[in-house]
Design a protein. Structure first.
Length: 528
């Protein structure tokens, strides 16, 4: 059976290979849910086996063990399974898909392993403790590839930053917006939800809301929430509800069944056979058919927020065309846990700064201490934005060379200035798909990217018009949110997000000049 890779999968594998050639032994790839990480990992392993090596892929659930093994076999690679829960204990195949819990104490039984691939690698801690670290040490520190859609841990710490970081560099990123624009994920929206949880009444332990402290509010609101679920989900095919505790999950399942809505229950304690039967009866492991997601679990974890919402974004059949034909054109979220208010839309969220307070170099992207005057990696000067003209200037400049603003005088007014990285609150699940508004100055919103390369990028605006972006602008097509054309329809400029700022954007013109400018006003906002 022939396999057709998506462009981003091959780009990611090539990025991993290039990282190895550059001496990076522990590269990580940031790939969104539904982007095909299993096949990506299998291709990475296939190339290693072709060079005479042996590959061990480890994950933490039996379903992913089977999924990764199937991906290897799809590529014609002999792949064994090592997972006690599946009753298979293979030790000597060219490729082995394993459950970390089953193998981390038995590394010597594998023989020589030249590459370790870790799916859901955000589970690896910064400390030297833990199953993944123990396995890596016992194998003799082979090259280790990390795959995840959330390359940061519970409290926002990056997997490539700080002392003891498990990976050296994120070598490729393919995010949720990329997946939607390329047609591999469905666009998703949020509906207004009444009777949200009051976060001020919750208890926090070890940096996370405790499940028990959420029970009283969520159980009391069950009937109100079910009424809203029925109202918004009456034309939806499959609902998925996330609860904070076993108690709340059992109460919701029982109440939904009492309302005449057939509901299954899957818990961490559910027996393997019962778990598989329930999931299969619902819609299958990938839960592709889910088109209504109900969030009733408050969390401080960005990673968990992304993992939960990712269950809604999968297409049925692998692409948006097949998904629309199958009856799933989009996804809807009812957020009773206030997660969008807390963390912001998926295309604006960002992990909190680590304890080291690192900042990114504008030239090479390397993370530096905030006090650094020059980048440790490329030696270029570190920059900041002038608060008046928004031009990038050297970090320790006291007088802006562009507008003359005196940094010593502080803000120009007494009102507290908005932080550059303030998280948007109360917005849609995905901000870019909320209104699709044109912007003052002729800026048209980009709603989908059909093809990407450094030479040519094809994009579409809300009315379906396609534009070809060429020249210096083509390389920015993946990140661009708005474009501007001349009278002949030629694209003359694009607007790219300026980090997570909603006050400014990076304007790039056809001659390659980039400039930080204030965010243009939406035309529909002016009309209102």
């Amino acid at each position: 059976m022939s396999v057709t890779f998506r462009p981003h999968q091959l780009e990611a594998v090539d990025a991993i290979e290039n990282a190895f050639r550059a001496g990076i032994m522990r590269p990580a790839v940031n790939m969104s849910v539904g982007s095909g990480k299993s096949l990506l990992g299998a291709e990475c392993g296939r190339r290693e086996i072709e060079r005479g090596g042996r590959v061990l892929s480890v994950v933490h659930t039996r379903e992913l063990v089977e999924q990764n093994a199937a991906a290897y076999r799809l590529l014609g690679i002999q792949c064994g399974i090592n997972a006690a829960s599946l009753g298979e204990r293979t030790w000597r195949a060219p490729a082995i898909s394993a459950a970390i819990q089953s193998v981390y104490k038995n590394a010597q039984s594998f023989g020589p392993i030249t590459m370790l691939i870790v799916d859901e690698c955000h589970l690896i801690p910064h400390s030297e403790a833990g199953m993944y670290r123990e396995l890596h040490r016992a194998l003799g520190y082979p090259r280790m590839v990390g795959l995840s859609g959330t390359t940061f841990r519970l409290q926002g710490g990056s997997l490539v930053e700080g002392e003891g970081a498990p990976f050296e560099k994120i070598v490729y990123t393919y995010d949720i917006i990329d997946g939607i624009r390329d047609g591999y994920l469905v666009p998703a929206f949020s509906a207004p939800a009444d009777d949200k949880i009051d976060l001020t009444k919750l208890k926090v332990r070890q940096g996370e809301y405790t499940p028990a402290s959420q029970d009283e509010q969520m159980i009391a609101a069950i009937d109100n929430h079910i009424v809203q679920m029925i109202h918004h989900g009456r034309d939806r095919r499959a609902w998925l509800v996330f609860e904070a505790s076993v108690k709340a999950a059992k109460a919701m399942a029982a109440r939904l069944n009492e309302w005449g809505i057939p509901t299954g229950l899957v818990l961490g304690e559910t027996a393997a056979g019962e778990r598989a039967a329930t999931i299969q009866a619902f819609t299958g492991f990938d839960v592709q058919e889910v088109d209504l997601l109900v969030l009733r679990r408050a969390t401080k974890s960005l990673g968990l927020y992304i993992q939960m919402t990712g269950r809604l974004l999968r297409t049925v059949g692998g692409n948006i065309v097949a998904s629309v034909r199958a009856g799933k054109a989009d996804g809807l979220v009812l957020d009773f846990a206030g997660l969008i208010d807390t963390h912001g839309p998926l295309d604006f969220i960002h992990p909190k700064e680590t304890a080291l307070k690192l900042t990114s170099c504008e030239c090479c992207g390397a993370r530096n201490p905030t006090a650094a005057a020059n980048c440790w990696s490329c030696s270029e000067p570190m920059t900041k934005n002038c608060p008046l003209c928004l031009e990038a200037i050297r970090k320790y400049e006291l007088d802006c060379p562009h507008c003359g603003f005196d940094m010593r005088q502080g803000p120009r007014d007494e009102a507290k200035p908005q932080k550059l990285l303030d998280t948007p609150s109360g917005a849609a699940l995905i901000a870019a798909y909320k209104t699709g508004a044109e912007r003052q100055g002729g800026w048209l919103p980009i709603m989908r990217v059909f093809g990407r390369s450094d030479v040519e990028t094809i994009v579409a605006t809300p009315d379906g018009t396609q534009y070809t972006i060429t020249g210096a602008l083509a390389a920015h097509g993946r990140a661009a949110r708005w474009l501007r054309t001349n009278e002949t329809g030629t694209v003359t400029g694009v607007l790219v997000p300026n980090g997570a700022s909603r006050k400014s954007v990076l304007q790039i013109t056809s001659d390659g000049i980039s400039l930080i400018v204030p965010m243009p006003v939406a035309i529909e906002s002016e009309a209102a």
